[in-house]
Design a protein around this ligand. Sequence first.
Ligand SMILES: Cc1ncc(COP(=O)(O)O)c(C=O)c1O
Length: 395
Amino acid sequence: MKVSRRVENLPPYLFVEISKKIAEKKAKGEDIVSFAIGDPDIPTPSHIIARLCQAAQDPANHRYPESEGLPDLRQAIAEWYQRRFGVSLDADKEVLPLIGAKEGVGHIAFCFIDSGDIALVPDPGYPVYSIGTMLAGGKPYYLPLLKENNFLPVLESIPANILKKAKLLWLNYPNNPTGAVADLGFFNKVVKFAQQHNLAVCHDGPYTEVAYDGYQPVSFMQADGAKEVGVEFHSLSKSYNMTGWRIGMVVGNPVIVDALRRVKSNLDSGIPLAIQYAAIEALTGSQDCIQEHNSIYQRRRDLVVDLLNRIGIEAEKPRATLYIWAKVPQDYTSVSFATALLEEAGVVVTPGIGYGKHGEGYVRLSLTISDTELAKGLSRLAKWYSARSDSRKKK
Ligand SMILES: Cc1ncc(COP(=O)(O)O)c(C=O)c1O
């Protein structure tokens, strides 16, 4: 049997590889502390689960959902955008619920990318932007996100011949994996650039609610004219610890939203109804959990970055996201450093190269790890560092 070239050419999905490695170590009885995956350890708030259970008991919710989602859910999403960002959305034409943001991020390429077309993709970046592009027969053109540019792409440096073939511009702020944030000034510039070059902007914003020190990230949809050129993907995964329930949304330009609705209606049958009711509860119920979770992550962020800095590893405290983007020490690559930490300290971090060429020189640590595991992981890192320093002194 021969699989398609499309599948043959797919790189292994980064986190599947990491999960496999952790499982192998655990099967051998090794005690591993993982800072690898951005999957909240804190449970979904109880009022959301209560609504999910109640809705699951109703036989009306045992049947096929509509792929475009419940009207009440689309309305709840539109109202949430209005309350949170002051952005007005037409719940029927400008809002589409998704089976997690990842699903829509992957499928949107089928709406805009024909064979040989280009999508402009941040590097380092969430792998699905480039993989979706490749599955649709297109080519990613990578936009380096460099520290000296505050991890924002330099749009002016994209060559004219690339811009001619480019259909989509991917952006993601607050950013995974760098933890960088963007302001409205940048997003306004993006809108103008997209208008000039006839690009559809796909902004991926699942971390706008995970922020620290009182900072409130903006939405791309707040930029002047954003709705004319683009959409924003969002998710309940990180805001409400709902990664396991698989629910997200895309909002914005009605032509883009409709194109994705058409693709999806041919591929999936929507989100289980009980989960849609849970999402309505999440978006319309008490929002106290967001601050509660953020204060937990903020405390963890401070512990991790302070320890890293103490052991000579350069890392800044991000204003948002669940991630610490740390420089690897001299004499290591991102893979050799991640491997050393796994083999010598029993600690898993994600090598930056997994997010693209410009992720080299960094590793990512996620804050979605229980306080006990976090303390254990940090103490292992400290011990690893002092053992390494001792052995260097002896040489
Ligand atoms: C940047 C980014 N976009 C999208 C997603 C996927 O979110 P969801 O769980 O809604 O599929 C993630 C998950 O880690 C992410 O980091």
